[in-house]
Structure formats: structure tokens, C-alpha cells
Design a protein around this ligand. Structure first.
Ligand code: MRU
Length: 358
């Protein structure tokens, strides 16, 4: 019997019987695989803020299950009281992280469902909320697979692919977004050579991407963030695939800090940069990258968190934005579940949504 790997665990699951959100604590990977069960609003909020569950799509699914579980705890006789408490919990969860639009996208979808059931009894509303959260999770798997197929059409067997941060299975419910073409290609014998940036300061590339791809038997090489120019200059990279936390209507894209550096270097070496984005991550209400709120994180993540001892002078100023914006002119294509959008993105992203809504 083959050994269980990290890919055999569910990133996010619902244990309805015990009213718990079940996740892998990603802050402990790769050393320890700890499955944790979250029940209270504070536990779920903390897990999102502390990146125990992270990656835009996984955050959305966790929030959907989370709001359902919190709705189950609401004590109310009538819809108005129930809904008032529901909105309070929704706003609380939504405040955990600001950049990944999937968080508000999933919570708003649950909210719309709740409002559409206002004439029904509370147990029926709860049942509908549960089904909606399960649908959000199942859709995520199908969406990632479709992104994988479109992404795979952009590369050829033997190609070198560079990725940044973790837009892998651990950031979604299966396949990942940026890793979906890699996993599908791996199944079909494409023999990709993947370069995973370590991704300072929280090391999602080293701890998560290198871990899950290596576990799957993909040829993956870990590099420090400052080595991407070297591997591109050497001609080892044919394409960059990254995920994203929010795509603005003009194609500007927020993703893990350092993505815009990779994209700028890739432009210099004529390597195409593909942003893998489920439509749930595309925010047509945000006109440009300048309108995206960038999460600022605490200084200790940079100075000491991953070291045995502090690696910076006490009291030094630290700037720690969690994301940066890659300008749309650095992007060769935005790979969605409805196809690949190309510049001009103001037009092509609208077409993607027309396709989705038709
Ligand atoms: O801070 P994180 O680890 O949640 O950041 C994750 C990323 O930046 C991912 O690339 C993005 O969420 C896409 S995940 C499919």
C-alpha cells in the first residue's frame, strides 16, 4: 500500500456532526501534519489571520463553512434576529484578512442565500447554508481542474516552470490554481522542471509548494527569492505560473509579496507570466491595482519568526506588506476556469464574466 502524503489530506473540511471546521494547520508544515478542529468565531478568525488556513480559495471555503457553523450557534426565534446576528458574524470573519477577495466573495454568497430564504424556518435556512458552503467547496475543485487544463495548453512537455508562494492544493480544495497545470501535466507525463521560490517572509514556497510538489513526485527545485533572475537568465524557465488574491478590472493583480519582482524579471528575459485566477478572485468592482487594500503584517514575521534566534537588531523599523501588485502590462495571460484572458484585460475579463453568466 502506498504511503499517505500531504495530498491525501483535505485542506478544508466540514464535520457537521461535531459542528467543527477541520483544517490542516499549515503553520506546522512540512514538519508536522496537525489536523485541527475549529468551533468558535474567534478560533476561525485566528486560523485565517495566522495563516493556519491560507490561500485565497481555501480562505473562501473556510469562511463559507465557518459562517454556516456560526449560524448554527445563533439563538433566535425569528428571521430578523437571526439575520442581524448572522451579519455580525459575517463582518467579523470578513475582517480577518483584507486582500484576498475570496473571503468577502464567499461570505457575500452565503449572505445572499440567507436573504433569499427569509420566508423559511431557521432549520431550513441552516440546511440551505450548509448546502451552499459544500457547493462552494465542490466548485473550487472543478474550477481548479479547468484552470489546469487551460494552463496546460500554454506549455509543452519538458518545460521549466517557476512559481511563487503557494497556489497549490494547500491553498485550494484540490489541484491548486498555479499548480493545477503542473499536476495535470505530471499525470500525463509532461516531465516539467519546476522552480519554487521560497517566498519570504513566511516561506509558503519552501514549506508548502516544494513540499506538496515533491510529495507528488514532481521534479521541483527550491530556490531563494533572489535567485529567480539567475534561473531565468540561464534559460531554465519557459513560463511563470502564479496564483492571486485579487484581480482588478484592468488586469492588475495582487499576489504574494515578491510576485511583481518575479514578473519584472520575467519581462526582462521574455518569459511569459500567467496569473491563475478563478473568477471568484476577479473583482470587477476594483478598477485598478491602486484600489486594492494590501495587508500589512507584524514585524516579527520578518525579524525572528522562522529563525532560532532573532536575526535583526532590536527596534529596527520593518516594512512587511503581505502582497504586491503586478501591473497588467507584465502579465501574458490570466488563466480562469472559462479560458485565458489576454490584454486588453478591461475587455477580456468582461468577456470571461459574460461566458460565466451565459
Ligand atoms: O498569505 P497567503 O499565504 O494566504 O498568500 C497566498 C497567495 O498569495 C496565493 O498565491 C494566492 O492566495 C492564490 S492561492 C490559489
Amino acid at each position: 500500500m502506498s504511503e499517505k502524503t500531504i495530498l491525501d489530506y483535505e485542506t478544508v473540511a466540514l464535520d457537521d456532526e461535531n459542528s467543527a471546521l477541520v483544517i490542516i494547520d499549515q503553520t506546522k508544515l512540512p514538519g508536522t501534519t496537525e489536523i485541527i478542529r475549529l468551533k468558535t468565531g474567534e478560533e476561525i478568525w485566528d486560523a485565517i489571520y495566522l495563516l493556519k488556513v491560507r490561500g485565497a480559495p481555501a480562505i473562501g471555503v473556510a469562511a463559507a463553512f465557518g459562517i454556516y457553523l456560526l449560524a448554527k450557534q445563533i439563538e433566535a426565534e425569528d428571521y430578523e434576529t437571526f439575520y442581524q446576528k448572522f451579519v455580525k458574524q459575517k463582518e467579523y470573519l470578513n475582517s480577518a484578512r483584507p486582500t484576498a477577495v475570496n473571503l468577502s466573495w464567499a461570505l457575500n454568497r452565503m449572505d445572499r442565500l440567507c436573504q433569499s430564504k427569509k420566508d423559511e424556518k431557521i432549520p431550513a435556512i441552516l440546511e440551505a447554508l450548509k448546502e451552499e458552503a459544500i457547493a462552494i467547496k465542490e466548485e473550487d475543485i472543478q474550477v481548479c481542474k479547468a484552470i489546469g487544463e487551460y494552463g496546460l495548453s500554454l506549455v509543452k512537455p519538458g518545460d521549466g516552470i517557476l512559481t511563487h508562494c503557494n497556489a497549490g492544493q494547500l491553498a485550494t480544495c484540490k489541484y491548486g490554481t498555479a499548480t493545477a497545470p503542473i499536476y495535470l501535466g505530471h499525470e500525463r507525463g509532461y516531465n516539467f522542471r519546476v522552480f519554487a521560490d521560497e517566498t519570504r517572509p513566511l516561506l509558503q514556497g519552501a514549506r508548502l509548494t516544494a513540499y506538496e510538489l515533491h510529495s507528488a513526485g514532481v521534479d521541483v527545485t527550491l530556490i531563494c527569492d533572489n535567485m529567480s533572475a539567475t534561473v531565468m537568465r540561464n534559460g531554465w524557465v519557459n513560463a511563470v505560473f502564479v496564483g492571486c488574491d485579487r484581480v482588478a478590472a484592468n488586469g492588475d493583480t495582487a499576489n504574494k509579496i515578491g510576485t511583481s519582482v518575479v514578473a519584472t524579471v520575467a519581462k526582462r528575459y521574455n518569459v511569459p507570466v500567467y496569473i491563475c485566477a478563478p473568477t471568484s478572485t476577479i473583482d470587477m468592482n476594483t478598477p485598478t491595482g491602486a484600489d486594492i487594500t494590501i495587508e500589512q503584517r507584524p514585524a516579527h514575521e520578518v525579524t525572528e519568526m522562522w529563525y532560532k534566534e532573532r536575526m535583526a537588531p532590536e527596534g529596527v523599523k520593518v516594512f512587511n506588506p503581505a502582497f504586491d501588485v503586478t501591473d497588467h502590462d507584465l502579465i501574458a495571460g490570466i488563466v480562469t476556469e472559462y479560458g485565458v484572458a489576454r490584454a486588453p484585460y478591461t475587455e477580456s475579463l468582461k468577456e470571461i464574466f459574460q461566458k460565466k453568466n451565459s
